[in-house]
Ligand binder design. Sequence first.
Ligand SMILES: [Zn+2]
Length: 530
Amino acid sequence: MKNSTPRSRELKQKKLLLLQERARRLRWQPLHRKSCDLKDPLGSCGCPQALAYNSDADVIGYGGAAGGGKSDLEVATALLKHHRAAIFRRTSKEARDLYERAKSIAGVTWSSNDTEKILRGPQGQLIEFAGLEHPNDVQKWRGRPHDFLGFDEVTEFLEMQVRFVGGWLRTTRPGQRCQQILTFNPPSTVEGRWVIRYFAPWIDKNYRGERAMPGELRWFAAIDGKEIEVESGKPFEHNGRPIVPVSRTFIPASLRDNPILQATEYGRQLDALPEPLRSQLLYGDFDAGIVDDDWQVIPSAWIEAAFERYRNGKRPDVPLTAVGIDVARGGKDSSVYAPRYINWFDPLIKVPGKDTPDGFAIAGDIATFSNNIIEDSDGEKFSHRFADSTEIHIDIIGVGGSPADILSNNGFRVVPINGSASSHAIAFGRLGFVNVRSEIYWNFREALDPVKGHELAIAPNDALREELAAHRWQQQSGRIKVLGKDEVKEIIGRSPDEADAIVYAHAEVSSPGVNQLEALRRLTAPRTEN
Ligand SMILES: [Zn+2]
């Protein structure tokens, strides 16, 4: 290092000694592999817990199997390296257990407040323990900066909760590092799947980029509301705004019994293995443990099969059959368009919403994507063939002067969808539906049935998979009721707009329209003064 003067070396040495002394006073030291001969209290060896403790990543994922000292890692990191920390479990009761564990590790130099579940350190450090049972419990953490955040068993939290609280990770203390640790077992429920996406380069066996090694740092940045992996941590500008990438890593706790990092030769051998073999050996199969909810409308395997048909198939050479539209409104920032060619669903198109989305704005969006080539995030190019026969399936819930009306009055073949209207259809030859939303979701399910279905092919999409799988059904007075938008939001923490758009696109209803290509040209022509 350039600035490694004798003075700075001395300071570093002093700081290290101080930390080692603190670590000795705590009742904690990293778990070491049997074969580890360093057994350093701060773990300069490559044992997994030590590796995580010493990682430079902004966000550290740790876990992957039972054991491995997940909570202790969070507690020790907060106790030793941070000044203002918060550690979360999903429920308050679990948070209390964690607090008790932390108290026993912290020892006598820390004071505790059992009612508030707070530990205070000799240098004024603070560690809070809390549950986030309800999605909105995160609001209590708004505007409260912390330099450390731990989420224990993070697959039990909503992605929205973790990202919201994470937004307040900051400090004004000079030299204080900010960090997050997310610990987890492989998710066992559909709701926990977002973690696979979050740490995709390490644990998603379908990840299309270059896979990452345990402990390797990767950088991510949010661009136009979408998170992408970037080359490095170097800040850059996008549309005039500065963007600072954030680093993540993942360390499987099970490496304790799997000496990959010690034996680099073995690591090299693993590197040479083809996927998905390599990841399975490194991380275990993160998808394996996921179990569908008993009342899930569409089985996860059916969704995967539709993705697979898309990968192996080809779009029918016909004009657009229909476009399903979930309209941006009320605080939501984009409209979602789902283009359908008979039974083939191209990638969804998200268009940033206008302040007041009306029929003209939506006609403009349709014109844009039917006249231009659209490139998705993987660089694949799409262009769409809008025709007079193309139906526009659009929701009309809760808006006056709706886009549907304006489009319809201008000659578009509009199929208005009112999810809350009552349904007259029946399923199973005997059960009816509580409303149209339930009916169209159920029909979509039937079309995905691998045996009796319509061979739907859907462009693979992680968010869509989560949203479709989050829909549950129940029987209500002898009829089928599928969860509403708001109820699904309770489960996954966001509105299922992508799933809705695709289900609208599929909805089998039709209504007349006249010469809509002419209407499209008229509506979207540049305005001329006359
Ligand atoms: Zn060790």
